[in-house]
Design a protein around this ligand. Sequence first.
Ligand code: NAD
Length: 491
Amino acid sequence: MSYSKPKFKEKYGNFINGKFVAPVDGEYFDNTSPVDNSLIAKYPRSKQADVENAVAAANAAKETWGNTSAAARAALLNKVADIIEANLEEFALVETCDNGKPIRETLNADVPLAVDHWRYFAAVIRAEEGSATELDENTLSMNIKEPLGVVAQIIPWNFPLLMLSWKLPPALAAGNCVVLKPAEQTPSTATLLMEKIAEVFPPGVVNVIHGFGPEAGKPLASSSEVDKVAFTGETTTGQLIMQYASKNLNPVTMELGGKSPNIFFNSVMDEDDAFLDKAIEGAVLFAFNQGEVCTCPSRLLVQEDIYDKFMERVIARTEAIVQSNPYNTACMVGAQASNDQFEKILSYIKIGKEEGAKVLTGGEACKLDGELGNGFYVQPTILEGHNKMRVFQEEIFGPVVCVTKFKDEAEALEIANDTLYGLGAGVWTRDAHQLYQIPRAIKAGRVWVNCYHAYPAHAPFGGYKKSGFGRENHLMMMNYYRQTKNMLISY
Ligand code: NAD
């Protein structure tokens, strides 16, 4: 089944104080689709003045919203979930157009998961109970949770609607007002959502401003009128944002880059077994969904005694991947999100070759027919080398897997942990000892064992080392958006 490019207006506004407004200085930027490099629409190129207006609107709304009952807040979060769900296909199409990922992914994963995150935090606030302890017969100790006030949220382009849905629901559930900046490459689903939910929240509770990092993101993260900065993006951008927020001593959460190992022990190898098929899928499919996933299993570690046979299967499976029109439901690998990203990936493949890595498959841009020929497609690529190479150490964020061998458990762990990052990891084994002890010894916030890439709303997600700090999802998330006040009441 095939869809086609959705329709857009000529230009869109920022969403501030419950209304769409033009940027103060009237400047817009062109947003294009990576599917075929065609124009989508113009979006505001916001600056300091737009940020100030959005932050002021959020501040004006925070007292009332912060005092709204949990039941009322939950009802509105559920309403957003219902609206996204009722328009699932439209959101999926717009996301595919804006980001380039296949419609198969946006329809079946990104948008349904976004819906679930809104519902999850609606449920969390309803299920919470307060705590009170008697110190003695005359004194009560009570812990009260209060919202922080106004939260600045800055998100990347790789899961535009889903990252928004990881960020907004817990902040709103906790009683905060929000100013969110989507990535300049993918402003469309955030705008579509604001159009659909324009009337759901009181004016000022949710505000979205568009624009570039240094022009709109920096004044937002630096604002002395916000009370917290939540960021998802590259590690180097995260370092800048911490500097901006530190001037106001504002708390930050940082969800940053990764270079995740995916480790295959020799016990996966049994030619007659469905488990091996699953392991091959685990090595291939999750690495090649454009590779634009922060936990992409981009370092493949295979035990040396199964290496040749295992890699033969991995290469054959990779070469069978359908790379085609992202609007077609048969497409498995779509376009890279932008020309910059496309160029960066090709330059890393070149760096890998210069470092002496061997190209086992792929290694080139992928030229599709017709108008898709103007889009940004890269062949699923496997580079064989060693872990000290730059392609093994630096985040490429594309469909490029770097593979190396290991001898035993100790060497597998040494290679897996020899990275600046610590976001995700995969372990594949049938050995009961390894099932627990290997994930335990990996320095990463999420380890998948005999599976990869599920992101349920109830499972805490976040990084070790330069992959960041703080967690997303799970009810613990509420504490990243609240203060705890203790009252000692004598009566
Ligand atoms: P990026 O850091 O370039 O941009 C992210 C956001 O920050 C964008 O909205 C951008 O406009 C803004 N920004 C850029 N410079 C800024 C500045 N100086 N001040 C304020 N804001 C600024 O990241 P990206 O290229 O959009 O996204 C890819 C990165 O995101 C990868 O490193 C990936 O691993 C990471 N990521 C991490 C997670 C996670 O949960 N850990 C999830 C998704 C993506």
